[in-house]
Design a protein around this ligand. Structure first.
Ligand SMILES: CC(C)(COP(=O)(O)OP(=O)(O)OC[C@H]1O[C@@H](n2cnc3c(N)ncnc32)[C@H](O)[C@@H]1OP(=O)(O)O)[C@@H](O)C(=O)NCCC(=O)NCCS
Length: 146
């Protein structure tokens, strides 16, 4: 099997990333080419097997759209995508990452993310489509200082 690589997404990855997100039950309504420059993909040869995205909002960022192909789970791909996204965010001058998740809080807490009250989110995060529209009210809000 080709080696796993993590790289910045390209427009040509949009369709594959959208199918991964749909299959994982994650929102794709606001996923478009405008966001792709802040998405990373995990690939093996020509196949995209994982993705993750960042919405940079000044010095804070929304980590979103993390999904790994079920055939590639439990091999560290999710963790690698989060680490690379943190490095990418850091290079952009972001020092706080926020995310919403329905049931992956256990996964993120092992990577240093901590649950926050929903009203603690900075205004810029609250204004994102994901925060205000796409996630149900019971989604768990988490934060990590990077
Ligand atoms: C969450 C997800 C990205 C993890 O990807 P992955 O490549 O399997 O992750 P890793 O291999 O790096 O880590 C796997 C570890 O996380 C744990 N884990 C995976 N999903 C978990 C969850 N929802 N809750 C708690 N722990 C979880 C696994 O049990 C495994 O634990 P182990 O190391 O003790 O065996 C993947 O399960 C996925 O795509 N889920 C559906 C989409 C989703 O929930 N995305 C996050 C919302 S933004």
């Amino acid at each position: 099997m080709a080696e796993l690589a993590i790289r910045v997404a390209r427009a040509a990855d949009l369709a594959a990333a959208t199918s991964l997100l749909r299959a994982a039950g994650l929102p794709v309504e606001d996923f478009s080419e405008d966001l792709i420059g802040n998405f990373l993909v995990a690939s093996t040869g020509p196949s995209v097997v994982g993705c993750i995205g960042l919405e940079p909002l000044s010095n804070v960022g929304l980590l979103r759209s993390l999904a790994v192909d079920p055939d590639f789970r439990d091999g560290g791909v999710g963790r690698m995508l989060v680490r690379e996204l943190e490095a990418h965010a850091s290079r952009l001058g972001i020092n706080e990452l926020w995310l919403l998740t329905i049931d992956a809080d256990g996964f993120f807490s092992r990577l240093g993310y901590r649950v926050q009250e929903r009203d603690k989110a900075p205004a810029a995060i609250r204004r994102t489509a994901e925060f205000s529209l796409l996630c149900p009210d019971d989604a768990i809000l988490m934060k990590k200082t990077i």
